[in-house]
Design a protein around this ligand. Structure first.
Ligand SMILES: *Cc1c(COP(=O)(O)O)cnc(C)c1O
Length: 387
């Protein structure tokens, strides 16, 4: 706890290097200059900043903070969560690689696989339910390079056994990747459970104010970190901008306080919904009714502001309910100050739902994000929309 509080406040910052300014500046320069050619020649040995696509002082402060929070060897920041995710795939896979992907990971990650990596790089993918470890081990082939995970995943909050997956992957020399955006580094530390690469989109909780797009990878192995930084980020060119890094540093300072509030609010809202006569089922990882409650208690320190529920009756009723909400706005993201609602599965085909092992009733899944307006305000809003 103490090291986490120091990481979000002071770690990585050196006020003496910037005129004793208490907040590190946004280093908007695209390059750094040298006193003499000799210094330029020795730039790598001295670890100097050279050019903005390779590294930036504001970005580096952020990377050190998130790496410390995840207990990793290095953090590498990217222009978006998707840029970070694709960098992780490029760094660990090659043409012809086989990837195992947990079936409820963030949809655009599955789209990279289906629309780009499979047709263009001759890769193959097997989708896994995230639950059956024996099945997972059975899917591993000689070509398997990477296992893509997200836990908890953000529709019905399926959780996967991180230690269990890491143990199997380690025995077969396969790398593991986990999208830890939902828990943030404060509520789950996958690297300490054997996962190789953690991804956060900072567009959600780390930025925290719905005013930036950014992503970051944290790795356990420094060598893999160097490869991601120099071979992938530097050459493909996806570094985070300095202004966004500055916003993420500011977001981090209040992350522990915001998460506490999001969690408290979401739990009150989830309990209200669970006791409401029109609600068939609530999905929130802190509820005792979650089928994996024991595993969640073992590997997570908490949960955050996103949850979902299904109404009794016709799926289309969900649209009427979210249209009646006044405080919750209709929108697809989460992690900011503002509460949001969406029916993310409404457009799904029967096959899409079956793929996720969800029944037809789940088409009307309402996903809500509890912002910082307070539980009383949000419950009043839900009560009037459901009445
Ligand atoms: C939003 C999101 C992403 C993608 O992040 P971007 O910064 O929008 O590219 C990845 N994973 C999860 C779980 C997300 O919610």
């Amino acid at each position: 706890m103490k090291t986490e509080r120091m990481a979000v406040t002071h770690l990585g910052e050196h006020p003496k290097d910037y005129l004793n300014a208490v907040v590190p500046p946004v280093f908007l320069n695209s390059l750094h200059v040298f006193d003499c050619y000799e210094d330029y020649k020795n730039r790598e040995e001295t670890g100097s900043f050279v050019y903005g696509r390779d590294g930036n002082p504001t970005v580096e402060i952020l990377e050190q903070k998130v790496a410390a929070l995840e207990e990793g060897a290095a953090g590498i920041a990217f222009a978006s969560g998707m840029a970070a995710a694709s960098a992780a795939i490029l760094a660990t896979c090659r043409a012809g690689s086989h990837i195992i992907c947990m079936r409820d990971v963030y949809q655009p990650i599955k789209n990279i696989l289906r629309q780009y990596l499979l047709p263009n790089l001759d890769m193959s993918v097997s989708f896994w339910d995230g639950l059956d470890l024996q099945k997972l081990e059975g899917m591993i082939t000689e070509k398997t390079s990477l296992i893509l995970l997200e836990s908890p995943a953000t529709f019905v909050f399926t959780v996967t056994d991180l230690c269990g997956v890491a143990e199997i992957a380690g025995r077969h020399g396969v790398k593991t990747y986990l999208d830890n955006t939902y828990c943030t580094p404060l509520y789950q530390k996958p690297l300490t459970m054997g996962i190789d690469i953690v991804m956060h989109t900072m567009s959600k909780y780390i930025g925290g104010h719905s005013d930036m797009i950014g992503g970051i990878l944290v790795v356990k192995d420094g060598k893999l970190g160097e490869r991601i930084k120099h071979t992938i980020r530097e050459l493909f060119g996806g570094i985070l901008g300095p202004m966004e890094a500055w916003l993420a540093i500011r977001g981090l300072r209040t992350l522990p306080l915001r998460l506490e509030k999001h969690q408290e609010t979401a739990m009150e809202v989830a309990s209200f919904l669970e006791n409401h006569g029109r609600v068939r089922k609530v999905f929130y990882p802190s509820l005792k009714s979650h089928p994996q409650a024991e595993l969640i208690a073992k590997q997570q320190k908490g949960n955050t502001g996103l949850l979902s529920f299904v109404l009794k009756g016709e799926p289309e009723e969900a649209i009427r309910v979210i249209d009646r909400l006044k405080v919750f706005q209709i929108g697809c993201s989460w992690g900011g100050f503002e509460s949001l609602a969406l029916c993310p599965l409404m457009e799904y085909t029967k096959e899409d739902l079956q793929f996720l092992n969800l029944d037809e009733g789940c088409r009307g899944l309402i996903r809500i994000y509890c912002g910082l307006e307070g539980a009383d305000v949000l419950i009043d809003d839900l009560r009037q929309a459901l009445s």
